[in-house]
Design a protein around this ligand. Sequence first.
Ligand code: IPM
Ligand code: MG
Length: 359
Amino acid sequence: MSKKIILLPGDGIGPEIVAEAKKVLDVVNSQFNLDLTFDSDLIGGCAIDQHGVPLAQSTLDKCKAADAVLMGSVGGPKWDALDSSIRPEKGLLKIRYEMGLYANLRPAILYPQLAEASSLKTELVAGLDILIVRELTGGIYFGEPRGIRVLENGERQGYNTYVYAEHEIERIGRTAFDMAMLRNKKVCSVDKANVLEATVLWREVMERLAPEYPEVELTHMYVDNAAMQLVRAPKQFDVIVTGNMFGDILSDTAAMLTGSIGMLPSSSMDANNKGLFEPVHGSAPDIAGLGIANPLATILSAAMMLRYSLQATDAADAIERAVGEVLDDGLRSADIYQDGMKKASTSEMGDAVVAKLQA
Ligand code: IPM
Ligand code: MG
Protein backbone atom coordinates (compact mmCIF):
# COMPACT_ATOMS: atom_id res chain seq x y z
CA MET A 1 0.00 0.00 0.00
CA SER A 2 1.42 3.34 -0.94
CA LYS A 3 2.53 5.75 1.77
CA LYS A 4 2.10 9.47 1.46
CA ILE A 5 4.84 11.85 2.58
CA ILE A 6 4.38 15.60 2.76
CA LEU A 7 7.51 17.68 2.25
CA LEU A 8 7.51 21.07 3.99
CA PRO A 9 10.80 22.71 2.93
CA GLY A 10 10.02 26.00 4.67
CA ASP A 11 12.40 28.97 4.68
CA GLY A 12 16.09 29.82 4.50
CA ILE A 13 18.21 26.76 3.71
CA GLY A 14 15.10 24.55 4.10
CA PRO A 15 14.39 24.10 0.37
CA GLU A 16 18.04 23.27 -0.39
CA ILE A 17 18.41 20.61 2.28
CA VAL A 18 14.99 19.04 1.73
CA ALA A 19 15.82 18.72 -1.98
CA GLU A 20 18.85 16.61 -1.04
CA ALA A 21 16.81 14.44 1.31
CA LYS A 22 14.27 13.92 -1.49
CA LYS A 23 17.05 12.70 -3.81
CA VAL A 24 18.02 10.15 -1.18
CA LEU A 25 14.42 9.10 -0.56
CA ASP A 26 13.85 8.60 -4.30
CA VAL A 27 16.73 6.14 -4.38
CA VAL A 28 15.64 4.03 -1.40
CA ASN A 29 12.04 4.22 -2.60
CA SER A 30 12.89 2.21 -5.68
CA GLN A 31 15.68 0.11 -4.11
CA PHE A 32 13.47 -1.13 -1.29
CA ASN A 33 10.10 -1.00 -3.10
CA LEU A 34 8.70 1.33 -0.47
CA ASP A 35 5.89 2.71 -2.64
CA LEU A 36 6.30 6.21 -1.22
CA THR A 37 4.47 9.09 -2.85
CA PHE A 38 5.29 12.76 -2.25
CA ASP A 39 3.52 16.06 -2.12
CA SER A 40 4.88 19.35 -0.86
CA ASP A 41 3.45 22.42 0.78
CA LEU A 42 4.33 25.64 2.59
CA ILE A 43 5.14 26.33 6.22
CA GLY A 44 6.66 29.34 7.98
CA GLY A 45 7.58 32.61 6.29
CA CYS A 46 6.87 31.36 2.76
CA ALA A 47 3.36 30.41 3.91
CA ILE A 48 2.89 33.88 5.40
CA ASP A 49 3.87 35.41 2.05
CA GLN A 50 1.40 33.18 0.22
CA HIS A 51 -1.52 32.81 2.66
CA GLY A 52 -0.97 35.43 5.36
CA VAL A 53 -0.53 32.72 8.00
CA PRO A 54 2.47 30.46 8.76
CA LEU A 55 0.40 27.26 8.48
CA ALA A 56 -2.73 27.20 6.31
CA GLN A 57 -5.59 24.93 7.33
CA SER A 58 -5.31 23.13 3.97
CA THR A 59 -1.64 22.35 4.71
CA LEU A 60 -2.48 21.04 8.15
CA ASP A 61 -5.27 18.85 6.75
CA LYS A 62 -2.89 17.42 4.15
CA CYS A 63 -0.31 16.61 6.82
CA LYS A 64 -2.89 14.99 9.08
CA ALA A 65 -4.05 12.77 6.22
CA ALA A 66 -0.49 11.74 5.24
CA ASP A 67 1.69 8.98 6.70
CA ALA A 68 4.59 11.27 7.61
CA VAL A 69 5.90 14.80 7.20
CA LEU A 70 9.48 15.80 6.39
CA MET A 71 10.25 19.41 7.19
CA GLY A 72 13.18 21.74 6.50
CA SER A 73 13.19 24.81 8.71
CA VAL A 74 11.23 28.00 9.27
CA GLY A 75 11.91 31.67 9.89
CA GLY A 76 14.19 34.49 8.82
CA PRO A 77 14.80 38.23 9.25
CA LYS A 78 12.17 39.06 6.63
CA TRP A 79 9.42 37.98 9.05
CA ASP A 80 11.04 38.92 12.37
CA ALA A 81 9.11 42.15 12.76
CA LEU A 82 5.69 40.51 12.37
CA ASP A 83 3.27 40.30 15.26
CA SER A 84 4.09 37.26 17.40
CA SER A 85 0.74 35.67 16.52
CA ILE A 86 1.76 35.12 12.87
CA ARG A 87 5.50 34.62 13.10
CA PRO A 88 6.92 31.65 11.12
CA GLU A 89 7.67 29.74 14.35
CA LYS A 90 3.95 29.74 15.13
CA GLY A 91 3.42 27.48 12.12
CA LEU A 92 5.80 24.93 13.58
CA LEU A 93 4.25 25.13 17.04
CA LYS A 94 0.79 24.79 15.53
CA ILE A 95 1.57 21.72 13.45
CA ARG A 96 3.18 20.03 16.48
CA TYR A 97 0.18 20.80 18.63
CA GLU A 98 -2.57 20.09 16.10
CA MET A 99 -1.04 16.77 15.07
CA GLY A 100 -0.53 15.76 18.70
CA LEU A 101 3.23 15.28 18.22
CA TYR A 102 4.11 15.22 21.90
CA ALA A 103 7.17 12.98 21.74
CA ASN A 104 10.25 14.71 20.39
CA LEU A 105 13.33 12.54 20.02
CA ARG A 106 16.60 14.41 19.64
CA PRO A 107 19.60 12.12 19.43
CA ALA A 108 23.02 13.62 20.01
CA ILE A 109 25.45 11.19 18.46
CA LEU A 110 29.07 11.93 17.86
CA TYR A 111 30.26 10.49 14.60
CA PRO A 112 33.78 9.21 15.28
CA GLN A 113 34.86 10.91 12.05
CA LEU A 114 33.88 14.29 13.55
CA ALA A 115 35.26 13.94 17.08
CA GLU A 116 37.68 16.81 16.47
CA ALA A 117 34.83 19.15 15.52
CA SER A 118 33.42 19.10 19.05
CA SER A 119 34.08 22.11 21.24
CA LEU A 120 34.90 19.70 24.09
CA LYS A 121 38.03 17.60 24.51
CA THR A 122 37.88 14.50 22.35
CA GLU A 123 38.08 12.08 25.30
CA LEU A 124 34.99 13.67 26.88
CA VAL A 125 32.86 13.13 23.79
CA ALA A 126 34.33 10.12 21.95
CA GLY A 127 31.53 7.60 21.53
CA LEU A 128 28.88 10.01 22.78
CA ASP A 129 25.34 8.73 22.19
CA ILE A 130 22.59 10.56 24.09
CA LEU A 131 18.90 10.64 23.35
CA ILE A 132 16.95 13.66 24.53
CA VAL A 133 13.24 12.96 24.82
CA ARG A 134 11.54 16.35 24.90
CA GLU A 135 7.85 16.84 25.65
CA LEU A 136 6.65 18.93 22.72
CA THR A 137 3.00 19.92 23.02
CA GLY A 138 2.72 21.15 26.60
CA GLY A 139 4.49 23.03 29.34
CA ILE A 140 5.18 26.74 29.22
CA TYR A 141 5.14 26.77 25.40
CA PHE A 142 1.38 26.18 25.35
CA GLY A 143 0.18 26.96 28.89
CA GLU A 144 -2.67 29.43 29.36
CA PRO A 145 -3.07 32.16 30.40
CA ARG A 146 -0.30 33.89 28.51
CA GLY A 147 0.27 37.32 27.10
CA ILE A 148 1.34 40.84 27.87
CA ARG A 149 -1.05 42.83 30.04
CA VAL A 150 -1.17 46.36 31.39
CA LEU A 151 -1.08 46.66 35.16
CA GLU A 152 -3.05 49.23 37.13
CA ASN A 153 -0.04 51.50 37.31
CA GLY A 154 0.21 51.45 33.52
CA GLU A 155 3.30 49.25 33.44
CA ARG A 156 3.19 46.27 31.09
CA GLN A 157 3.71 42.75 32.41
CA GLY A 158 4.51 39.66 30.39
CA TYR A 159 3.31 36.28 31.67
CA ASN A 160 3.26 32.61 30.73
CA THR A 161 2.03 29.51 32.50
CA TYR A 162 4.06 26.37 33.16
CA VAL A 163 1.53 23.53 33.27
CA TYR A 164 1.69 19.77 32.99
CA ALA A 165 -1.18 17.37 33.54
CA GLU A 166 -0.43 13.86 34.76
CA HIS A 167 -1.37 12.18 31.47
CA GLU A 168 1.03 14.42 29.57
CA ILE A 169 3.89 13.52 31.89
CA GLU A 170 3.00 9.85 31.88
CA ARG A 171 2.97 9.43 28.10
CA ILE A 172 6.31 11.19 27.54
CA GLY A 173 7.73 9.21 30.47
CA ARG A 174 6.69 5.99 28.75
CA THR A 175 8.37 7.10 25.54
CA ALA A 176 11.59 7.67 27.48
CA PHE A 177 11.46 4.32 29.29
CA ASP A 178 10.61 2.48 26.05
CA MET A 179 13.54 4.13 24.30
CA ALA A 180 15.87 3.32 27.20
CA MET A 181 14.89 -0.36 26.91
CA LEU A 182 16.27 -0.28 23.34
CA ARG A 183 19.49 1.40 24.52
CA ASN A 184 21.52 1.43 27.74
CA LYS A 185 18.52 1.27 30.08
CA LYS A 186 19.13 4.56 31.87
CA VAL A 187 16.67 7.45 32.11
CA CYS A 188 17.58 10.79 33.65
CA SER A 189 14.51 12.94 34.22
CA VAL A 190 15.34 16.64 34.26
CA ASP A 191 13.21 19.07 36.25
CA LYS A 192 13.33 22.05 38.58
CA ALA A 193 11.48 20.38 41.43
CA ASN A 194 13.25 22.56 44.00
CA VAL A 195 11.33 25.57 42.68
CA LEU A 196 8.50 24.69 40.28
CA GLU A 197 5.45 22.73 41.49
CA ALA A 198 4.66 21.61 37.94
CA THR A 199 7.92 19.73 38.00
CA VAL A 200 7.35 18.34 41.49
CA LEU A 201 4.42 16.54 39.87
CA TRP A 202 6.63 15.65 36.90
CA ARG A 203 9.11 13.91 39.22
CA GLU A 204 6.33 12.10 41.08
CA VAL A 205 4.83 10.70 37.87
CA MET A 206 8.24 9.53 36.62
CA GLU A 207 8.75 7.71 39.93
CA ARG A 208 5.32 6.11 39.60
CA LEU A 209 6.19 4.74 36.16
CA ALA A 210 9.57 3.36 37.14
CA PRO A 211 8.37 0.04 38.68
CA GLU A 212 6.84 -0.86 35.31
CA TYR A 213 10.35 -0.81 33.85
CA PRO A 214 12.39 -2.69 36.47
CA GLU A 215 15.39 -3.00 34.14
CA VAL A 216 15.68 0.74 33.64
CA GLU A 217 17.58 2.89 36.13
CA LEU A 218 15.71 6.16 36.75
CA THR A 219 17.55 9.19 38.13
CA HIS A 220 16.50 12.83 38.53
CA MET A 221 18.49 15.98 37.97
CA TYR A 222 17.74 19.68 38.29
CA VAL A 223 17.98 21.45 34.97
CA ASP A 224 20.80 23.79 35.98
CA ASN A 225 22.91 20.83 37.05
CA ALA A 226 21.94 18.94 33.87
CA ALA A 227 23.20 21.86 31.77
CA MET A 228 26.48 21.73 33.67
CA GLN A 229 26.82 17.93 33.53
CA LEU A 230 26.22 17.94 29.77
CA VAL A 231 29.37 19.96 29.24
CA ARG A 232 31.33 18.41 32.14
CA ALA A 233 30.78 14.69 31.61
CA PRO A 234 28.19 14.11 28.88
CA LYS A 235 28.79 10.39 28.56
CA GLN A 236 27.07 9.76 31.92
CA PHE A 237 23.73 10.15 30.10
CA ASP A 238 21.77 7.64 28.07
CA VAL A 239 18.18 8.93 27.78
CA ILE A 240 17.26 12.36 29.13
CA VAL A 241 13.54 13.09 29.47
CA THR A 242 12.31 16.59 30.15
CA GLY A 243 9.64 19.20 29.49
CA ASN A 244 9.25 21.40 26.46
CA MET A 245 11.36 24.43 27.41
CA PHE A 246 14.17 22.61 29.22
CA GLY A 247 14.30 20.18 26.29
CA ASP A 248 14.61 23.04 23.83
CA ILE A 249 17.62 24.42 25.67
CA LEU A 250 19.39 21.19 26.60
CA SER A 251 19.03 19.76 23.09
CA ASP A 252 20.96 22.68 21.61
CA THR A 253 23.73 22.13 24.15
CA ALA A 254 23.80 18.40 23.45
CA ALA A 255 23.85 19.11 19.73
CA MET A 256 26.94 21.26 20.01
CA LEU A 257 28.79 18.51 21.88
CA THR A 258 28.70 16.54 18.67
CA GLY A 259 30.57 19.17 16.72
CA SER A 260 27.83 20.33 14.46
CA ILE A 261 24.18 20.99 14.84
CA GLY A 262 24.18 20.44 11.07
CA MET A 263 24.38 16.68 11.64
CA LEU A 264 21.44 16.11 13.95
CA PRO A 265 18.00 14.82 12.98
CA SER A 266 14.86 14.80 15.09
CA SER A 267 11.46 13.18 15.14
CA SER A 268 8.23 14.40 16.70
CA MET A 269 5.63 11.70 17.03
CA ASP A 270 2.09 11.10 18.20
CA ALA A 271 0.79 8.11 20.14
CA ASN A 272 0.71 6.03 16.93
CA ASN A 273 4.24 6.88 15.81
CA LYS A 274 2.98 9.10 13.07
CA GLY A 275 5.31 12.02 12.92
CA LEU A 276 7.05 15.05 11.65
CA PHE A 277 10.77 14.78 11.01
CA GLU A 278 13.11 17.73 10.84
CA PRO A 279 16.73 18.70 11.40
CA VAL A 280 17.50 20.15 14.83
CA HIS A 281 19.13 23.22 13.28
CA GLY A 282 17.29 26.30 12.08
CA SER A 283 16.80 28.04 8.75
CA ALA A 284 20.28 29.70 8.72
CA PRO A 285 19.14 32.69 6.63
CA ASP A 286 22.73 34.00 6.49
CA ILE A 287 23.78 31.12 4.24
CA ALA A 288 20.49 30.47 2.41
CA GLY A 289 20.88 30.15 -1.32
CA LEU A 290 24.66 29.79 -1.20
CA GLY A 291 24.62 26.03 -1.65
CA ILE A 292 26.86 25.44 1.36
CA ALA A 293 24.37 24.18 3.98
CA ASN A 294 24.88 20.71 5.41
CA PRO A 295 22.02 18.47 4.21
CA LEU A 296 22.98 15.50 6.42
CA ALA A 297 20.68 16.37 9.36
CA THR A 298 17.73 16.39 6.96
CA ILE A 299 18.88 13.21 5.23
CA LEU A 300 19.21 11.56 8.66
CA SER A 301 15.74 12.90 9.56
CA ALA A 302 14.43 11.10 6.48
CA ALA A 303 16.08 7.95 7.83
CA MET A 304 14.34 8.46 11.18
CA MET A 305 11.05 8.88 9.30
CA LEU A 306 11.57 5.57 7.52
CA ARG A 307 12.50 3.84 10.79
CA TYR A 308 9.82 5.17 13.12
CA SER A 309 6.79 6.10 11.00
CA LEU A 310 7.12 3.91 7.91
CA GLN A 311 8.57 0.70 9.37
CA ALA A 312 11.25 0.66 6.67
CA THR A 313 14.18 -0.30 8.88
CA ASP A 314 16.39 -1.61 6.07
CA ALA A 315 16.10 1.61 4.11
CA ALA A 316 16.82 3.65 7.25
CA ASP A 317 19.90 1.53 8.01
CA ALA A 318 21.12 1.94 4.44
CA ILE A 319 20.88 5.73 4.57
CA GLU A 320 22.67 5.96 7.92
CA ARG A 321 25.39 3.66 6.64
CA ALA A 322 25.77 5.75 3.47
CA VAL A 323 26.15 8.94 5.53
CA GLY A 324 28.89 7.29 7.60
CA GLU A 325 30.71 6.25 4.42
CA VAL A 326 30.54 9.76 2.99
CA LEU A 327 32.17 11.05 6.18
CA ASP A 328 34.75 8.26 6.01
CA ASP A 329 35.67 9.52 2.54
CA GLY A 330 36.52 12.88 4.07
CA LEU A 331 33.69 14.81 2.45
CA ARG A 332 32.66 17.79 4.59
CA SER A 333 30.21 20.65 4.21
CA ALA A 334 31.45 24.04 5.42
CA ASP A 335 30.06 23.66 8.97
CA ILE A 336 32.11 20.53 9.69
CA TYR A 337 35.08 21.30 7.47
CA GLN A 338 38.60 20.83 8.79
CA ASP A 339 41.99 21.08 7.14
CA GLY A 340 42.83 18.12 4.97
CA MET A 341 39.20 17.24 4.23
CA LYS A 342 37.32 17.66 0.96
CA LYS A 343 34.92 20.57 1.03
CA ALA A 344 31.55 19.74 -0.48
CA SER A 345 28.54 21.85 -1.40
CA THR A 346 25.00 21.00 -0.31
CA SER A 347 24.23 19.11 -3.50
CA GLU A 348 27.63 17.39 -3.58
CA MET A 349 26.93 16.00 -0.10
CA GLY A 350 23.50 14.76 -1.22
CA ASP A 351 24.93 13.27 -4.41
CA ALA A 352 27.64 11.51 -2.43
CA VAL A 353 25.05 9.85 -0.18
CA VAL A 354 23.10 8.79 -3.26
CA ALA A 355 26.27 7.35 -4.83
CA LYS A 356 26.98 5.30 -1.70
CA LEU A 357 23.44 3.93 -1.75
CA GLN A 358 23.85 2.92 -5.37
CA ALA A 359 27.33 1.44 -4.96
C1 IPM B 1 13.27 23.93 18.21
C2 IPM B 1 13.12 25.39 17.91
C3 IPM B 1 11.66 25.78 18.10
C4 IPM B 1 11.30 25.52 19.55
C5 IPM B 1 11.33 27.21 17.68
C6 IPM B 1 11.73 27.49 16.25
C7 IPM B 1 9.87 27.52 17.88
O1 IPM B 1 13.99 26.13 18.71
O2 IPM B 1 12.61 23.11 17.52
O3 IPM B 1 14.04 23.59 19.10
O4 IPM B 1 11.55 26.34 20.41
O5 IPM B 1 10.74 24.45 19.81
MG1 MG C 1 15.36 24.96 19.83
